[in-house]
Design a protein. Structure first.
Length: 143
């Protein structure tokens, strides 16, 4: 194959890679839009935007630094869970990693959003394995 044929083929391959990369990046950006982040709590869907507009954020200190987010205790109250202290809470990620948290620990936690982890919970008094990211659901289970 001569140079005359190789150069146009190489240029087409580069164009296809560029177009594919652009489409992929745009698809990722659309999936990480803050208004698209929905959270199912006790069977009802809430957007992070709705929660942050209705509940004041707080700051907590963890062993990983200061974090700002929406208090989980107020989110549970906002979502009309009956007798919050009578339940345990299963935090379910999209992959589907999950952790079960007691009410006493939920009261210390916050919900945050960032592009890397989407919805994420922090519990300053629990190990990092309880800090579920890519959170999609908080399941409420009666004790």
């Amino acid at each position: 194959m001569g140079k005359e044929k190789a150069i146009p083929i190489f240029a087409m391959v580069v164009l296809v890679i560029g177009i594919t990369s652009t489409l992929y990046v745009n698809a990722i950006e659309k999936n990480n839009n803050i208004s698209d982040n929905k959270l199912l709590i006790n069977g009802f869907e809430y957007s992070f935007e709705d929660l942050s507009n209705n509940i004041e954020t707080v700051s907590i200190v963890t062993d990983d630094g200061e974090r700002i987010g929406i208090p989980l205790e107020k989110i549970i109250t906002f979502s009309d869970v009956n007798c919050p202290a009578c339940n345990e809470y299963k935090f379910i990620a999209s992959d589907p990693y999950q952790q079960i948290i007691s009410w006493n620990d939920v009261k210390t936690g916050i919900l945050t959003y960032n592009e890397e982890y989407n919805l994420r919970v922090y519990f300053p008094n629990l190990p990092h394995s309880f800090w579920v990211h890519n959170l999609i659901e908080i399941e409420v289970n009666l004790l």
